[in-house]
Design a protein around this ligand. Sequence first.
Ligand code: PLP
Length: 436
Amino acid sequence: MKASPTSEDLGAMRKRFVPQGPFNVTPYFVDRAKGALVYDVDGRELVDFAGGIGVMNVGHSHPKVVAAIKEQAEKYTHTCFHIVMYEPYMRLAERLCALIPGHFEKMAMFANSGAEAVENAVKVARHYTKRPAVIAFENGFHGRTLLTMTLTSKIKPYKLGFGPFAPEVYRMPYAYCYRCPLGLKHPGCDVACASYLNDFFITHVAAESTAALIVEPITGEGGFITPPREYFPKLIEICRQHGIVFIADEIQTGMGRTGKMFAIEHWGVEPDLVTTAKSLAAGLPLSAVVGRKEMMDAPQVGGLGGTYGGNPLCCQAALAVLDVFEEEKLLEKSERIGRKLRDRFEVWQGEFEMIGDVRGMGAMMGLELVRDREKKVPASDEAKTLVRLCYEKGLIVLSCGNFSNVIRTLMPLVITDEQLERGLSIMEESLAELYK
Ligand SMILES: Cc1ncc(COP(=O)(O)O)c(C=O)c1O
């Protein structure tokens, strides 16, 4: 019998048959995964602090999710929502409308990827307002399609060589207190970065031409930047004054990552539209746009949709995810994990000169690495080395940020205390090794 291929064998195939564009963080190939552990084809056991980029909040192969998918697969896998409708789509729409913040009537529609949700949210906002412009943010990431790549701010690797970009996208600075784009200091600044939107209407795009402002409550790919308390209330107030649709992109922050189901809840504001994906269906491709009924219902029949959007297997997986959140109290667990992470990271900040900033909410925590605390020179190469040292020792962890110098935590929320401790010990050991 032929021996099963190793990661090295498969790596050679990857090199030969798959282009370099789709990136890889580790050189490993998975054999199976359970909870917060990933086993590769060579028999390595890896603690997972990445969750397939924030997708596995309920853990790998959660039995409830697996059962829901299997049961649905036996009945039917696809009729296309536009051709013969099905109950799981209805049930999920109803539950998400109840979960998304906002004391108003809502509606929901489904697509396949995060980028597609963002595309649809912008379509809805443009149709509703009859305006063309969209305001996005420095440090923002919204996907890799033409429009979402345009909305994304980081040039390399996301945009280089892929222009021309979509028109009518304008970019504001974000509330990056550690590197304030306005050179100010919180709280004395009075969140001038939010009121800057008023000036932006004078210098960049007129308010009456602006359909939507799209923003991540905490930037995901952009470095886990966590705005101060006053930021979103101020920003949303200006949007309301001008009839601009406020879109919260919760694709990475949503589904309990920050200790609340949706991160924007921490700021006590009600977005008009919310995009969600990633951990929504525990790895099955599903995304949603949820928001104000009158906005969602504005586009004409046939203006929204797609062949696979809201596939029944994905909807059933998402319904199971929502049950697991309730049954296993994962929001509380996210907060608990977050407290442990913050405590540990702050101790490290006292020990390792390289940790310039510790930030985040709930289990969405980031460590910004710098070469020099005074000048805050980004420690990009060091972050890359840290990621490698970690996976070589059995921990998958990701970097992010415009300078790729932020280490972020996206572990499944079902992680056990022992697994969390093991992962943190590996991170600590690797940080110490960087100092050797
Ligand atoms: C905030 C945010 N928006 C949109 C996307 C794009 O999602 P997808 O990769 O599913 O298209 C991502 C992906 O990382 C994201 O983090």
